[in-house]
Design a protein around this ligand. Structure first.
Ligand code: SF4
Length: 84
């Protein structure tokens, strides 16, 4: 399941450099997560980096984009060919 950034976002930018998949982009009032790139950090971290660093609790799981662990790992591998 990909994360999304909810209305609590203050566009502070804390999350953007933390994403290992470059899934986060800045907006004028709220940052955005590309669900095609978000793997819940599966493949590299045990927990989701954006949710950890956000001081406002804005990154939340997006039930619209439900995915199994296997699918998230496959997405990671596709985004990072050749990486362990
Ligand atoms: Fe990026 Fe991980 Fe946040 Fe998904 S959960 S947007 S992969 S930092």
């Amino acid at each position: 399941m990909a994360y999304k950034i909810n209305e609590e976002c203050m566009a502070c930018g804390s999350c953007e450099p933390e994403c290992p998949n470059n899934a986060i982009t800045g907006g004028s009032s709220r940052f955005l997560i590309n669900p095609d790139k978000c793997t819940e950090c599966v493949g590299i971290y045990k927990t989701s980096r954006c949710a950890e660093v956000c001081p406002f609790g804005a990154p939340v799981l997006d039930p619209v984009h439900k995915e199994s662990q296997a699918k998230l790992l496959a997405k990671w591998k596709k985004l990072h060919p050749g990486e362990p």
